[in-house]
Design a protein around this ligand. Structure first.
Ligand SMILES: NC(=O)c1ccc[n+]([C@@H]2O[C@H](COP(=O)([O-])OP(=O)(O)OC[C@H]3O[C@@H](n4cnc5c(N)ncnc54)[C@H](OP(=O)(O)O)[C@@H]3O)[C@@H](O)[C@H]2O)c1
Length: 280
């Protein structure tokens, strides 16, 4: 049973596609309830051929009007650099603020910037999703703008909740959510790759080493999520005195592992703020 609503995506790149795939998989939306506008005609053809999303249009005012005229929810899934131009075309359209709202996943751009640009014609909810949504294991932060109702936030939590875990957070924390769960998958892929490389060097075939590393990351994450234990305690539990794991922990500490990861999270937020500032 679908939600009985229509959802339209402005930008159907990596994230747009990940969300569309997740929504179709969840059953909350059928393919004929999904609309997409993109600058790339090959992306649109791809959606049509692979996901049966046939309500598609090219970018530009005509395409955006097609979306706004038909959809209950309009998702901004474009890069921050093009948002201003898109908002310029959207502000003159006939929004129905009683029936419609916007979900923006655009990194670094707060709801007040979008609301102001759209002259408060439509409520805005901001979401920071991540690509593991594709396998139903996403982690998203959701924050409503000043005119978004509880109903808008709840519906957004429901939509992204079908794609993984969701957290309702104050908007002043949402860029920090991006720095952990939005950027984080890249860091974890690097960890898996590095652990697999280490295994290969020790003579384990690549496919086995990679699967062992990925399963270890997944299992360890499940331990943290399901036991609720502090990760430090779980680490202590697997470090026997004078053993091999503590020797590896020492090597990671010598390489400033935790400090480097903390710096990476901070660097992601700083970079996003710089890009967002230039896009305003
Ligand atoms: N990647 C992540 O994990 C992640 C996580 C959370 C949030 N976000 C945010 O999600 C947003 C989208 O990121 P992404 O990785 O999906 O980017 P992307 O793959 O580049 O997708 C953006 C799509 O929008 C299209 N586009 C460009 N200008 C357009 C316009 N004027 N109207 C309609 N479509 C247009 C692009 O086409 P062309 O390629 O032809 O330009 C592209 O297909 C970003 O704001 C990012 O900050 C990303």
């Amino acid at each position: 049973m679908t939600l009985g609503k229509k959802i339209g995506f402005i930008g159907a790149g990596q994230m747009g596609e990940a969300i569309i795939r997740g929504l179709l998989h969840s059953g909350l939306f059928a393919s004929d309830e999904i609309y997409a506008v993109d600058a790339s005609s090959s992306r649109l053809e791809y959606l049509k051929d692979n996901l049966k999303v046939c309500n598609i249009a090219s970018d530009g005012k005509k395409g955006y009007k097609y979306l706004v005229d038909n959809c209950d929810i309009v998702v901004f899934s474009i890069k921050p650099q093009v948002l201003k131009e898109v908002l310029g075309s959207l502000k003159d359209l006939d929004w129905d603020r009683e029936k419609q709202f916007v979900i923006s996943i655009v990194g670094g751009i707060n709801t007040s910037f979008i609301e102001k640009y759209l002259m408060d014609k439509v409520p805005v909810v901001r979401v920071i999703p991540n690509t593991p949504m594709l396998v139903n294991a996403g982690a998203s932060g959701v924050a409503g703008g000043k005119t978004a109702s509880e109903e808008h936030t709840e519906l957004t939590l429901k939509i992204f909740g079908a794609l993984g875990l969701t957290f309702h957070v104050p908007e002043n924390l949402i860029d920090s959510v991006m720095a952990i769960s939005g950027c984080g998958p890249a860091y974890i892929y690097m960890l898996i790759e590095a652990m697999a490389d280490g295994g290969v060097e020790l003579g384990i075939p690549r496919n086995i080493a990679q699967t062992l590393a990925a399963q270890t990351v997944m299992g360890s994450a499940k331990m943290v999520l399901e036991t609720g234990e502090h990760p430090g305690r779980l680490k202590d539990n697997v470090c026997s005195p004078g053993g091999s794991t503590i020797a590896g922990v020492r090597t990671l500490e010598q390489g400033k592992f935790r400090g480097t990861v903390m710096n990476a999270v901070e660097a992601g937020k700083t970079k996003m703020e710089e890009v967002a500032e230039k896009s305003k």
